[in-house]
Design a protein around this ligand. Structure first.
Ligand code: TMP
Ligand code: ASP
Length: 247
């Protein structure tokens, strides 16, 4: 089945990948892909699952809005435009098999792994790499693993770290103006056919931790992971604040 997109004029072709939260489709341009955000929630490497109607739309709106803010600030992105409520048009990339996590405040797996206290404000952002492999449960790795096993070059890692730090500065400012603390987040990077290294995947409450600056309320996927309730209400709140932002 094919369907035409509005603004790009590209036609959606076969599905090429289905992940936990998104589906990727070919288009009639081999350098473009269509990303469709699903209504599924998963956590703990897919062990916990739920469907919530409207979740895909919210993550697509939030992620598109954040990518547009980053594009305005010259961050190299795979994102091109939002097509409709659940879909984005993007540059087709080959994803590096690395999840890049940056943390400003201690929580989550960092505290579990190292036994450090939760809620510590780090003196500077902490950067971690995880090897993207569901069967292995995305283990934490060092830069040396990435280099020796050929997952990325020195130059790739240099650019990935530089862009991640820049994204952290930009997003901390953005969210702080919305009354939200950016606690941590995960990025993925890819390379396009021309060899450009591009920030890829999504940036949403699935991939970031957002704490309300005044109440400390969790406004991200931790509401689902920890059964805190009103999961979609939190995503709506992030979207409300982003969409009402004065540009
Ligand atoms: P963690 O504390 O569970 O390692 O999560 C760190 C950040 O990475 C947090 O903002 C959530 C995000 N994240 C993902 O986007 N995908 C994942 O699979 C995991 C485990 C975390
Ligand atoms: N993304 C992972 C999963 O779906 C883990 C997580 O975000 O907690 O299972």
């Amino acid at each position: 089945m094919t369907s035409s997109t509005d603004s790009s004029g590209l036609t959606q072709g076969e599905m090429i990948y289905e992940g936990k939260a998104k589906r990727l489709y070919n288009t009639d341009n081999p350098e473009r892909t269509i990303i469709e955000y699903k209504d599924s929630f998963t956590a703990f490497n897919g062990e916990k699952r739920a469907e919530m109607s409207g979740k895909g739309r919210l993550n697509n709106l939030i992620s598109s809005n954040i990518f547009e803010y980053l594009a305005d600030n010259d961050v190299p992105l795979h994102y091109i435009e939002r097509i409709d409520e659940n879909r984005q048009l993007a540059v087709k990339v080959k994803i590096f098999p690395l999840e890049v996590v940056m943390r400003n405040i201690t929580t989550g797996s960092l505290c579990k792994r190292l036994g450090v206290q939760e809620g510590l404000h780090l003196q500077r952002p902490l950067l971690e790499f995880y090897y993207k492999d569901d069967a292995l449960g995305d283990p934490i790795v060092t830069e040396d693993h990435a280099l020796l096993f050929g997952w990325a070059t020195e130059e790739d890692l240099f650019q990935i770290k530089r862009i991640t730090l820049r994204v952290n500065d930009l997003l901390r400012n953005l969210f702080s103006s919305l009354g939200i603390v950016l606690v941590d987040f995960k990025l993925e990077f890819g390379r396009d056919a021309a060899g450009n290294l591009l920030l890829s995947d999504e940036i949403s409450p699935d991939t970031c931790r957002f704490w309300d600056s005044s109440t400390g309320d969790r406004l991200d996927k931790d509401r689902f992971r920890k059964d805190l309730g009103d999961v979609l209400g939190a995503y709506e709140e992030i979207w409300r604040r982003l969409s009402e932002r004065k540009k």
